[in-house]
Design a protein around this ligand. Structure first.
Ligand SMILES: *Cc1c(COP(=O)(O)O)cnc(C)c1O
Length: 378
């Protein structure tokens, strides 16, 4: 099955009983049993729900995995994955992971006795150096936010195999339409489905897919025990979002390439970060391990004042956190998503006051470019 067909036909679609083409929303907490302990596959909706199950089967197929799990948010998914580990364990992580992941590890998971070390995973030497005797997992995000740094997944797999680490990849930015971490050797792939998979700024959810039976059993046990499940309505919204994921990702990327081209030759733009640019540090790896470069761009307009000016004057870019939706969004990482990082550390990372991040939507590219032009020039 080709990718676009998969988005429509993979996993579970429709309803066998009625012939409904769309998976029904099974808004139920419990299920009648035919006799004590004799159920028809479902007994209680924390444990399993047919709408959630359809979504879990679909994401499993899209990620080429063994089993999938839907959670109440991306963070609930990541938290559940972290509880696979035990007190005394250590995790090596990409240093510019999603801010919420950083907070989770440093303020919640650490209290359970699971430690983490953050390194630049685009440099394999730093990864190797961070591995300790008690390291059990390597957690990477690629591309990252906001500078879109790229980590070589296959190279991480080699390191993980040598040290018997569980390799976890946050695939939120590229989605299974562009990147298949499990194929490249990852053990677990996860998503904030709030972003591209949902795609319409109307649902918060998280998805995890694993590549073997043991992880499947363990994660199902955790999902059922701790209960951070996605409800049936939200599961249905994600199923609906996935139908157009292929179309949307192509539209995001086409628009993004045109905007990158415009920004890259604009005299008032000092730096453009996009893995599709041949001078981007991770360009070759991105080209090798993904079939697209995605819809996120960061660019520098030189100062916080200039950035403010652009934000105040754009019409089609909504000032908001989040990303991956049909509508274009704009933000200033230094004052929004990355405000908690001290200024000198931010500057060292390249997250300057003048850095603007855009999540390119699927509006007409001409309108988006005209909008950015007038906001930058006026
Ligand atoms: C948003 C995001 C998360 C967290 O997901 P929520 O759905 O907001 O809980 C995790 N990783 C990445 C890369 C994200 O962009």
């Amino acid at each position: 099955m080709k990718k676009k067909t998969q988005m429509i036909h993979a996993g579970i679609t429709g309803d066998e009983q009625t012939g409904a083409v769309s998976v029904p929303i099974y808004q139920t907490s419990t299920y009648q049993q035919d006799g004590a302990g004799q159920h028809r596959g479902y007994e209680y909706s924390r444990t399993g729900n047919p709408t959630r199950h359809a979504l879990e089967e679909t994401i499993t197929a899209l990620e080429h995995g063994q089993a999938g799990f839907a959670f109440a948010s991306g963070m609930a998914a990541i938290t559940s994955v972290m509880t696979l580990f035990n007190s005394g364990d250590h995790v090596v992580m990409t240093d510019d992971v999603y801010g919420g992941t950083f907070r989770l590890m440093n303020h919640v998971i650490n209290r359970l006795g699971i430690e983490s070390t953050f390194i630049d995973s685009s440099d394999p030497a730093q990864v190797k150096e961070a591995i300790q005797d008690n390291t059990v997992a390597l957690y990477i995000e690629t591309p990252t936010n906001p500078l879109l740094k790229i980590t070589d997944i296959a190279e991480m797999e080699e390191i993980a195999r040598e040290h018997e680490l569980t390799l976890i990849v946050d695939n939120t930015f590229n989605t299974p339409y562009f990147q298949h971490p499990l194929e490249l050797g990852a053990d677990i792939v996860l998503h904030s489905a709030t972003k591209y998979i949902g795609g319409h700024s109307d649902v918060v959810g998280g998805l995890v897919v694993v590549n073997n039976e043991t992880l499947a059993k363990d994660l199902h046990f955790i999902q059922n025990s701790s209960g951070a499940i996605l409800g049936p309505q939200d599961s249905w919204l994600l199923l609906r979002g996935i139908k157009t994921l292929g179309l949307r990702m192509e539209a995001h990327e086409n628009n993004t390439q045109r905007i990158v081209h415009f920004l890259n030759q604009h005299p008032k733009v000092t730096n453009v970060y996009y893995p599709g640019l041949s001078d981007h540090s991770g360009h070759e790896i991105a080209q090798r391990q993904a079939s697209g470069f995605g819809g996120m761009i960061s660019f520098d307009v030189g100062s916080g004042e200039n950035a403010d000016h652009v934000l105040a004057n754009v019409k089609y870019f909504t000032l908001a956190e989040s990303l991956g939706a049909v509508e274009s969004l704009i933000s200033i990482p230094a004052r929004m998503t990355h405000a908690s990082i001290p200024k000198d550390r931010r500057e060292a990372l390249g997250i300057t006051d003048g850095l603007i991040r855009i999540s390119v939507g699927i509006e007409d590219a001409d309108d988006l470019i005209d909008d950015l032009r007038q906001a930058i020039e006026n």
